[in-house]
Ligand binder design. Structure first.
Ligand code: ACO
Length: 310
């Protein structure tokens, strides 16, 4: 019996911050941002909208899509590095707001790989028979830790949330394999010290190497070959990193998810937000082999290979 994804949802703030807007605020250009990152615009939440609000709206959509009731959820996992406050956890706030009266709640801190860590944790609880349904949310309000004086990082990030309900799926479908990993020696390259700090070049080198390798590892662990992959959803950090992973799998352009131009890097929310848009656009069909792969501050990474469908 495999665990799979039963429903999905997302929330992105309505306010759009374009590259042109940033040109007016700092020494940068639309051309530099597009060429170096693939980003054209990103969403920024207003003061009143905190991480838990975005998580809530994405979660409500995912629960509805899964066709379950909040009281049926056994565990809520929220992946975030930008909680409303250090505690109570965003997941506890969500448990109350949703009326998920039978759910345990915990937050996971694994930066941009957080959603992968969340899904893999959910899978263990579902496949062991502990919980029927686990709600997993990836959510960030990165704008509150962005250093708006630092052009190296200010142009990269956006706010948003993506959610999914993990539960049992039919034979042969669901999560076939996964990989999680960490290399804490790289923690110095990407961290929060009041504001977010990043050595972009070091993170870039790590990401190019690790994203492709993790994708290949999960394909092999699933007993499949690169040629079997129908769709790749990489963490939307930088189009050049994403392209390197796609090329390593030998996939054509249309088989890789690309939403970075619309939302920038939304960290743990980027993979589920992309998944929601790709499903709406009909890019993923039942029984497709889909590979997800993410990396982030820690340094950490995570990937999984699944056969889509309930
Ligand atoms: N506008 C204009 N010029 C800029 C900007 C900007 N916004 N930012 C940097 N530059 C300049 C630099 O000052 C430098 O100029 P110089 O050569 O005169 O010194 C030049 O552009 C090149 O800068 P680099 O930082 O060396 O460029 P690089 O090729 O490394 O690209 C980038 C920078 C896009 C940040 C890249 O390193 C990258 O994407 N790294 C990975 C980031 C990432 O994926 N982070 C995800 C993790 S997020 C998380 O976990 C929360």
């Amino acid at each position: 019996m495999n665990a799979g994804l039963l429903g999905v949802g997302k929330y992105v703030p309505s306010h759009i911050l374009t590259n042109q807007d940033l040109e007016n605020r700092m020494d940068t250009s639309d051309e530099w941002i597009r060429t170096m990152t693939g980003i054209e615009e990103r969403r920024i939440a207003d003061e009143e909208t905190d991480t838990s609000h975005m998580a809530h709206d994405a979660a409500v959509e995912a629960i509805k899509d899964a066709g379950i009731k909040p009281e049926e959820i056994g565990l809520i996992i929220v992946a975030t590095v930008t909680p409303d406050r250090p505690f109570p956890s965003v997941s506890s706030m969500l448990q109350y707001q949703l009326g998920a009266v039978n759910a345990a709640a915990m937050d996971v801190s694994a930066a941009c790989a957080g959603f992968m860590y969340g899904i893999v944790t959910a899978k263990q609880f579902v496949e062991s028979g502990t919980y029927d349904y686990v709600l997993v949310v990836g959510v960030e309000k990165l704008s509150k830790i962005t250093d708006w004086e630092d052009r190296n990082t200010a142009v990269l990030f956006g706010d948003g949330a993506g959610a999914t309900v993990v539960g049992k799926v039919s034979e042969g479908r669901g999560i076939l394999s996964f990989e999680l990993g960490a290399d804490g020696s790289g923690g110095k390259h990407l961290y929060q010290d009041d504001k977010l700090k990043m050595n972009g070049r070091e993170v870039f080198k790590f990401a190019v190497r690790q994203m492709g390798q993790t994708a290949l590892n999960v394909i092999e662990k699933a007993g499949l070959a690169k040629e079997d992959v129908d769709y790749l959803i990489p963490h939307q950090a930088n189009i050049r990193i994403m392209e390197a992973s796609r090329e390593r799998l030998g996939l054509p352009v249309e088989k890789m998810s690309k939403t970075i131009h619309k939302y920038g890097n939304t960290s743990s929310a980027s993979i589920p937000i992309s998944l929601v848009d790709d499903l709406a656009d009909g890019k993923i069909k039942d029984d497709d082999i889909v590979v997800f792969v993410g990396f982030g501050g820690g340094l950490v990474w995570g990937g999984l290979c699944m056969r889509w469908g309930k």
